[in-house]
Design a protein around this ligand. Structure first.
Ligand SMILES: [Zn+2]
Length: 280
């Protein structure tokens, strides 16, 4: 995100690598989250060309447009899923706050799935990896066997996969498919957007797949024999939530698991307010 501390960290890390900000000619943004796109405008002002997967760029423009329509839509929908109004209001505020740490950036260059991008002489291929966001994309350097994995495959934590009213139909289904799709890439080095580089891509993918299997089982257990709303299920799955952001991620992640189960005939929504879920 564009905070004073983050900009100072970027400048000093570049300086340490012997690179000035205006030496950066092209930047690829993996997805629209504020901790990824937040300083794109700063780099652009220093002379860099900013490139992004086309459809993700369209969503970014809508999310950070300042008209709050996505935020309003999300919270009305969260309320339908049992989120208490007070929590909802806190989340709304914190989302608006985050928006203030995202650079305004026009003229981002759209790229398509499979496109080859030259990054400082390194030939990389854009690969669409939906789930964490709808049009998240990674870069594959087949020659050097390197994967720039963004938030798709992370070494220590699992990526948040959430269902929102504007999401694709089944984000968790997308995510698991996209994990299986990168698992077989000819890659020996992964450079993730959070945490240290790592080498064993198939091993890490298998851990994440197993994690979601376990969470899907836990989701069915949390519904139990009753009909329960998603927020109640969420609080069973995530008993400790420390901030408005965590409440939002937890509910969206719970809904992504519920949708996955629904699409495979293992859970269903009961028409009620708030919407309740039962096991099939
Ligand atoms: Zn992210």
């Amino acid at each position: 995100m564009h905070t004073k501390e983050a900009e100072a960290a970027l400048r000093s890390a570049l300086a340490e690598a012997g690179v000035a900000m205006d030496d950066v000619h092209r930047v690829f943004v993996t997805h629209l989250h504020p901790d990824h796109i937040g300083m794109a405008g700063t780099l652009q002002n220093a002379g860099a060309e900013i490139v992004m997967h086309g459809p993700e760029l369209e969503n970014a423009a809508r999310m950070w447009s300042g008209d709050h329509s996505m935020i309003d839509e999300t919270y009305a929908w969260f309320e339908h899923h049992g989120m208490p109004a007070a929590v909802d209001e806190g989340m709304r505020e914190s989302w608006l706050e985050i928006g203030r740490a995202v650079d305004e950036v026009a003229d981002i260059i759209p790229a398509v799935d499979g496109e080859e991008l030259d990054l400082g002489g390194r030939r990389t291929r854009l690969k669409w990896t939906p789930g964490h966001t709808d049009y998240h994309a990674v870069l594959v350097d087949e020659r050097e066997r390197v994967l720039f994995s963004g938030d798709h495959v992370l070494p220590r934590i699992t990526s948040n996969v959430g269902l929102y009213p504007y999401s694709r139909d089944d984000p968790l289904g997308d995510f698991l498919d996209a994990l299986r799709a990168v698992r077989t890439l000819p890659v020996t080095r992964v450079l993730p957007a959070h945490g240290d580089p790592f080498d064993d891509l198939p091993g890490r993918v298998d851990q994440i797949l197993a994690h979601h299997d376990e969470r899907l089982r836990a989701t069915l257990d949390a519904i139990g024999d009753d009909e329960r709303d998603a927020y109640a299920i969420c609080r069973t799955l995530f008993p400790v939530l420390r901030s408005a952001h965590e409440e939002r991620f937890a509910l969206a992640e719970t809904l992504a698991h519920l949708r996955y189960l629904e699409r495979r005939g293992r859970a269903r929504q009961v028409k009620s307010l708030p919407t309740r879920w039962s096991v099939l």
